[in-house]
Design a protein around this ligand. Structure first.
Ligand code: NAD
Length: 416
C-alpha cells in the first residue's frame, strides 16, 4: 500500500480541527501551503558530465514569523513529502511557541552516490535557486535527512557571497566555527529523551534499565540513543538502512557511535545479533524510537509492536491506520511534532544568537531546551486529559489554535 505523507498530514489536520470551533474559511486556509517553489537545476559532476536535479522549497504558513524547516537530500523526495513536512513544521513551531512559520525543502538525490565536491556544487546551486525565498528574516533552512552541518556551511557561504557579507542567521545547524550553536547537533536526540523521560514519569515507568529500541542511527537516532543511555536506559537494539543489531544486555552506545563513524553502519558491530529493520520494530521494549523515515509503523505491523511508548523521533513514522491500532492497544505515542521539536528549538536559539552575534554556553542552551520541551509536553498532556484525547490530537489542536489565533488577529483577507 502506498503511503503519501501529505495525505497523512491533511488527515491528521482534519481529525484535529473537528475538535476546534474555527471558521470554515480559516480551516481551509490553514490546510494548504502558502507557496511552493520547484527548481530544476544543472550540476557539473566530477567526470565533467552535467546532471539535472529537481528540488523543492515549500512555505506552509508564515503568520507567526519567518518560515523554518530543514532541507532533505534523498532519492525518494517528492513535492507531497515536502508539503507534509512543511505543515508539520508550522504545528511544531507553534507547539513549542517559537516565532516561526513552517517550511521545508528537499532535493531528489541519493547523497551517498555523490562525492563531496559534487555535493558542494549541488548545494551551492540549489541555494542560488531558492535564494528567491530564503533569508534571515524570511525563511531559514536547517539540516534534515541526508544533509549535515557541512551542507549548511556551504549554504550560508553561498548566500553570504551574494550579499557581500557574512549572514550567519540565514541557516541553522551550521558548524560552531561559522556561527553555529553549541548543542544544536545533539538537540533533536536530547529533546527526544527529555519528552520521553517526562512521559515515563507520568506513566510510572522507571528510565533506569528501561529497554529502548531505536530505528535509524543518524543524527536523531544516535543522539537519542546516547541520551537515553546516559540516563541509565538499556538500549537493546538500533538499526540503519543496512539493518539492525540486537543485544538484550544492552549496547555500548558511545562505543557504537565511534564504530559507526569509521565503519559507516551499525550492522558490523560485533557485540550483538544481526536483525532486520522489520524485526527490530517488533521487539519487546519500554520505548521504541523510530528515527529514520516516514511510514515505518503501518497497519501491517502495528499489531506486532510490543513497546509501551512510541517516541516519534522521525517525522510521520506512523500511518493513520497504525496510529489508531496503537491507540486501541494502549500504546502511548509521543507525536513527532512534540517529540522531535528539540531540533527546531535549538535552531531558534542559534538564529537568535546569530542575529545578536552573542553566543550562549551549552549548559544554558540545554537548560532552556529542557524547559521549553517539558512545558510543551505538559501543555499537551493537560489538553489530552481535559478533552479525553490522544497526545497527537492534543498537540495538533494546541498548535492549530495558536496559528489560527495569529491569523485572525493579523486578518485573513487584509485589503493590501
Ligand atoms: P540522518 O540522515 O542523519 O539519519 C537517518 C538514519 O536513518 C540513518 O541511520 C539511515 O541509515 C537510516 N535509514 C534510512 N532509511 C532507512 C530505512 N529504510 N530503514 C531503517 N533506517 C533507515 O537523518 P536525521 O537528521 O537523523 O533524520 C531522521 C528523521 O528525523 C527524519 O524523519 C527527519 O525529518 C527527522 N528530524 C530530524 C531533525 C534533525 O535535527 N536532524 C529534526 C527533527 C526531525
Amino acid at each position: 500500500m502506498e503511503h503519501n505523507p501529505w495525505h497523512l498530514a491533511q488527515a491528521q489536520y482534519d481529525q484535529a480541527v473537528r475538535h476546534l470551533d474555527l471558521d470554515a474559511h480559516l480551516v481551509e486556509y490553514l490546510r494548504y501551503p502558502k507557496r511552493e517553489l520547484i527548481v530544476n537545476f544543472p550540476v557539473e559532476m566530477d567526470d565533467g558530465r552535467v546532471r539535472i536535479f529537481t528540488g523543492y522549497r515549500v512555505h506552509h504558513n508564515t503568520v507567526r514569523g519567518p518560515t523554518k524547516g530543514g532541507i532533505r537530500y534523498h532519492q525518494s523526495v517528492t513535492l507531497d513529502e515536502v508539503r507534509a513536512l512543511a505543515m508539520w513544521m508550522t504545528w511544531k513551531c507553534a507547539l513549542v511557541n517559537i516565532p516561526y512559520g513552517g517550511g521545508k525543502g528537499g532535493v531528489v538525490v541519493n547523497p551517498h552516490e555523490l562525492s563531496s565536491a559534487e555535493l558542494e556544487n549541488l548545494t551551492r546551486r540549489f541555494t542560488s535557486e531558492i535564494s528567491l525565498l530564503i533569508g534571515p528574516d524570511s525563511d531559514i533552512p536547517a539540516p534534515d535527512m541526508g544533509t549535515n552541518p557541512q551542507t549548511m556551511a556551504w549554504l550560508m557561504d553561498t548566500y553570504s557571497m551574494h550579499q557581500g557579507h557574512a549572514v550567519p542567521a540565514v541557516v541553522t545547524g551550521k558548524p560552531v566555527s561559522v556561527g553555529g550553536s553549541l548543542g544544536r547537533n545533539q538537540a533533536t536526540g536530547v529533546g527526544v529523551m527529555y519528552v520521553t523521560r517526562q512521559a515515563m514519569r507520568k506513566l510510572s515507568i522507571p528510565i533506569e534499565g528501561a529497554r529502548v529500541v531505536v530505528q535509524g542511527f543518524g543524527n536523531v537516532g544516535s543522539n537519542a540513543a546516547l541520551a537515553m543511555y546516559a540516563q541509565g536506559a538499556n538500549v537493546i537494539a538500533v538499526s540503519d538502512v543496512h539493518g539492525g543489531i540486537f543485544n538484550p544486555n544492552g549496547l555500548d552506545i558511545p562505543a557504537l557511535i565511534e564504530h559507526v563513524a569509521e565503519a559507516g553502519t551499525v550492522t558490523t558491530w560485533p557485540d550483538g545479533e544481526r536483525i532486520s529493520n522489520e524485526t527490530l520494530l517488533t521487539l519487546e521494549c519500554e520505548v521504541l524510537i523510530p528515527a529514520a523515515l516516514e511510514n515505518q509503523i503501518t497497519a501491517e505491523n502495528a499489531e506486532d509492536i510490543r513497546a509501551r511508548i512510541v517516541a516519534e523521533g522521525a517525522n510521520g513514522p506512523t500511518t493513520l491506520e497504525a496510529d489508531e491500532i496503537l491507540r486501541r492497544r494502549g500504546i502511548f505515542i509521543i507525536p513527532d511534532i512534540l517529540c522531535n521539536a528539540g531540533g527546531v528549538t535549538v535552531s531558534y536559539f542559534e538564529w537568535v544568537q546569530g542575529l545578536h552575534l552573542f553566543f550562549w554556553s551549552e549548559e544554558e542552551i540545554l537548560r532552556r531546551l529542557e524547559r521549553i520541551l517539558v512545558a510543551a509536553f505538559e501543555d499537551c498532556w493537560r489538553v489530552a486529559e481535559e478533552r479525553d484525547l490522544d497526545m497527537r490530537t492534543a498537540a495538533t489542536i494546541l498548535a492549530i489554535q495558536r496559528v489560527a489565533e495569529a491569523a485572525e488577529l493579523r486578518g485573513v483577507c487584509p485589503q493590501l
